[in-house]
Design a protein around this ligand. Structure first.
Ligand SMILES: [Mg+2]
Length: 342
């Protein structure tokens, strides 16, 4: 089999620059891949690097794919080194789409807003924002914490929990920004707010807080492990498990909590699936602000996983609430149409 490989870079502007630990993020840049075999079958893939999560840079991905472009004689010629996990995901997704048996059109699982986690703004603004998302159908919300002084945020948390209807769930994401004392204060307050930590793992929580995400920086694994034994509220790791080495290390050290997985920066999908089958239902999936190409691959992987481990809906809401974040209409395009516009 011979495979024709093409790459096209893309660049999209956020409507509102995103605040990250590394400053303002204004443009999402990445690469689309198109693979076609000599039988004419086509598959798309996307490399959407996030270097601050341990992936290759855009330049490294571009250099790699520029040198691969053209006819390749075997799949083996498309092997991607481990230092380029976003590119590994891209080619894995493209080849599996290319070689998949054609499914019926529209076979994608119909997703509703209740399947997607709605993003609340940091701080007290969350109190004015959740009801709009709730009206749209979201039932799980994510709130960035560790942005304002702890005492203020804990007071807002209490108000927010008081306001949210009983069928709602709240995820608190600290992005590794808390001190140990602050993390303890958060977890103690969450416990006091009457949270049954185990519920969320089965996707059946009747209310309350689903988990506190990445309270401490990745280097403080043991402290987070202690915290998760010490408190009822579940802890999820995100930044700690963004690389393959990171997630396998945490797994080997018997991490008892949840894993937030961003598949599109997680390396080869096949390897990621092997990891996921070890941790079973203790997973939520999250976006890295991909285009429709990466999003479909992420969605396919997430839904395949939940069908296996949590066949009953609702499953934990997907962290893919990134529609309307960009200043373009790409979210309405098919992969083929997006490819044509680039
Ligand atoms: Mg996170």
């Amino acid at each position: 089999m011979k495979i024709w490989v093409e790459q096209k870079p893309y660049r999209r502007r956020f409507r509102q620059p995103l605040r990250t630990a590394h400053g303002l993020w204004r443009w999402r840049q990445g690469i689309l891949l198109r693979c076609q075999d000599d039988a004419g079958r086509v598959g798309f893939g996307e490399a959407a690097p996030l270097p601050w999560f341990g992936t290759e840079t855009l330049d490294q991905a571009q250099q790699f794919w520029r040198q691969k472009a053209g006819w390749l004689r075997t799949e083996a010629a498309l092997l991607v080194p481990d230092g380029l996990p976003a590119s590994q995901f891209a080619v894995g997704a493209a080849l599996s789409e290319m070689t998949a048996a054609p499914g019926p059109a529209g076979s994608v699982y119909p997703l509703g807003h209740e399947d997607i986690c709605g993003l609340l703004p940091a701080g007290g603004n969350a109190l004015e924002t959740w009801s709009g998302l709730w009206t749209r159908g979201h039932r799980t919300f994510k709130w960035k914490v560790g942005v304002f002084p702890v005492a203020a945020e804990l007071a807002w948390l209490e108000s927010l929990i008081g306001q949210l209807p009983a069928d709602c769930r709240l995820r608190l994401d600290a992005n590794g920004g808390l001190t140990l004392q602050e993390a303890e204060a958060w977890l103690a307050r969450c416990d006091a707010l009457g949270i049954a930590a185990g519920d969320s793992i089965q996707g059946s929580a009747s209310g309350g807080i689903e988990y506190l995400e990445q309270p401490l920086p990745p280097g403080q694994f043991e402290a987070m492990q202690r915290l998760s034994h010490q408190f009822e509220t579940a802890i999820a790791l995100d930044e700690s498990v963004s690389t393959r080495v990171g997630r396998e290390t945490c797994d080997r050290q018997n991490w008892p909590g949840l894993y937030v997985i961003k598949p599109s920066i997680g390396g080869y999908p096949a390897r990621l699936k092997a990891f996921l089958s070890r941790v079973g239902p203790r997973v939520t999936f999250s976006s890295a602000f991909e285009t429709v190409v990466g999003r479909q691959a992420v969605l396919g992987l997430a839904l395949e996983h939940y069908r296996q481990y949590l066949p009953q809906r609702p499953f934990p809401a997907l962290g893919l609430g990134t529609a309307n974040y960009f200043d373009d209409d790409w979210d309405h395009l098919t992969p083929e149409a997006l490819w044509q516009t680039l």
